[in-house]
Write a protein that binds this ligand. Structure first.
Ligand code: BG6
Length: 478
């Protein structure tokens, strides 16, 4: 039943994290190196993320934040207890592929890696927290990049399928909610992050990206198939980096451009949710000289194994214009560049703050797919300072979240079927884009800085108690 001031009964409130941004212990208990383990802070980071600078080993003199991250690997019990204290009903996390298959193509899985997630899921169960598990959150075992060219290579489909089947079988009694690829559309923007792609001199990048995308889409569908076979009540979703693109003006050229930009992202979800390449893709491929190498049976796999729900992250809307003068005024925003919106404020990292855009985006996604939505990321990255008595008064974070939750409630009242909300980084974690610790999202402060100094101690921020009462009241007291 729906309550106008609240959320549907059973709505899954919680938080979302990813293995590489939290666990640390990057080579412990047999884990192999993953792509994210090769992302240093500093100036080499972006060229590597773009696939322009190959890197297969950590380099001397560089700092790699994922290697220790926030030491969740050793502190998960303490952290989960804090999540439970806030009343979390769900925790979204990812399995690190290289903990299970250190090289990606190993014959047998790594038992110690499997055991770690068993312990983690047991701990969640103890506190009545439902795990929502992402199979691939920006990580590929490095061996697969070196030996096979990562997702450029069709062989990755088989390796991924084997990994997916292994974890579905192992955790079938512990995990019901799954997501295949985190922010699958990110592949187009940060190809190394999204798919482990490293470009060779003279390679047609668009061609390579869309071929890799095809492999991921088939792999995702095969994971859905396996998940449904192995776990009868499984709910398997896709995951989109969402945020509607607005047209800067009423000039139809701007409107068309905005539509095309949205389609660039929807492309992935259209395949994962509707089960086939969208009609507009044909022309796009033609105009850009892209040919997708498909194998017999691919179309059928995509058609028969669509996702159960649409997971998405929302941080901001985007804005586009075809006017070169207007285009000069850009701002950053979860890697998707955007024109600065004159009506809206920005975060300290230049990400546009647009709560209403959340409602619009949720409606847009529901209109398009008519499947349950799961908000699996949303939040504000900000600098937090400890005041003289060691407290963090993060009213700005509360304000951001409150405004977004209000709009989410509006979306629910608009008739959008939203099944849960996991805010990003409920405990401070390493930033995916910049590798900073300084960019904090948490209700829980972690004593760790950009240079890797600090005790790793946890302390509650002001937002901790606020979120607690939000959950307690099922979103009535925002
Ligand atoms: C999403 C990712 O892109 O945004 C997360 O799925 C990421 O991994 C989050 O951390 C916030 O981005 P950032 O760069 O502020 O960490």
């Amino acid at each position: 039943a729906k309550d106008k001031n609240g959320f549907p009964k059973g709505f899954l409130w919680g938080g979302a994290i990813a293995a590489n941004q939290t666990e640390g212990a990057y080579l412990e208990d047999g884990k192999g190196l993953t792509t994210v383990d090769l992302l240093p802070t500093g100036e080499k980071r972006f060229p590597i993320m773009l696939g322009d600078l190959p890197s297969y080993q950590p380099l001397e003199g560089e700092f790699y934040p994922s290697h220790e991250a926030i030491d969740f690997y050793h502190r998960y019990k303490e952290d989960i207890a804090l999540f439970a204290e806030m009343g979390f009903q769900s925790l979204r996390l990812s399995i690190s592929w290289a903990r299970i298959f250190p090289n990606g193509d190993d014959a047998e899985p790594n038992e110690a890696g499997l055991q770690f997630y068993d312990n983690l899921f047991d701990e969640l169960q103890k506190h009545g927290i439902e795990p929502v598990v992402t199979l691939a959150h920006f990580d590929v075992p490095v061996h697969l990049v070196e030996a096979y060219g990562s997702w450029k290579n069709r062989k990755l489909i088989g390796f991924f399928e084997k990994y997916a089947k292994t974890v579905f079988t192992r955790y079938k009694d512990k995990v019901k909610y799954w997501l295949t690829f985190n922010e699958i559309n990110m592949l187009l923007h940060l190809p190394y992050v999204g798919a482990g792609l490293v470009f060779k001199e003279g390679e047609d990048e668009q061609q390579v990206k869309y071929q890799a995308a095809h492999h991921q889409l088939v792999a995702s569908a095969l994971a859905v198939k396996a998940g449904h076979e192995i776990i009868p009540d499984a709910q398997i979703g896709c995951m989109l980096a969402a945020g509607m693109t607005y047209a800067y003006s009423s000039n139809p050229n701007d409107v068309w451009d905005a539509m095309e930009k949205d389609r660039e992202s929807f492309f992935f979800i259209d395949v994962q949710s509707r089960g086939e390449y969208p009609s507009y893709a044909e022309r796009f491929f033609q105009d850009n000289g892209i040919t997708i190498d498909m194998e017999e049976g691919d179309t059928e796999i995509l058609k028969n194994h669509t996702v159960d729900y649409i997971g998405f992250s929302y941080y901001s809307s985007r804005l586009t214009s075809t006017d070169p003068k207007v285009q000069e005024n850009t701002t950053s925003g979860n890697v998707f560049g955007s024109i600065s919106n004159p009506y809206l404020e920005k975060s300290e990292w230049g990400w546009t703050i647009d709560p209403k855009g959340f409602r619009i985006t949720a409606n847009q996604l529901y209109d398009r797919y008519q499947k349950p939505l799961f908000v699996v990321e949303n939040g504000l990255g900000a600098v937090d300072e400890l005041d003289s008595d060691g407290q963090v008064s993060d009213d700005y974070r509360i304000e951001y979240l409150r405004a977004h939750m209000k709009e989410m409630r509006e979306a629910v009242n608009d008739g959008v079927d939203i099944i849960g909300y996991t805010s990003w980084g409920p405990i401070d974690i390493v930033s995916a884009s910049t590798g900073e610790m300084k960019k904090r999202y948490g209700y829980i402060y972690v004593d760790r800085d950009n240079e890797g100094k600090g005790s790793f101690n946890r302390r509650k921020k002001k937002s901790f108690d606020w979120y607690k009462q939000v959950i307690e009241s099922n979103g009535e007291n925002l």
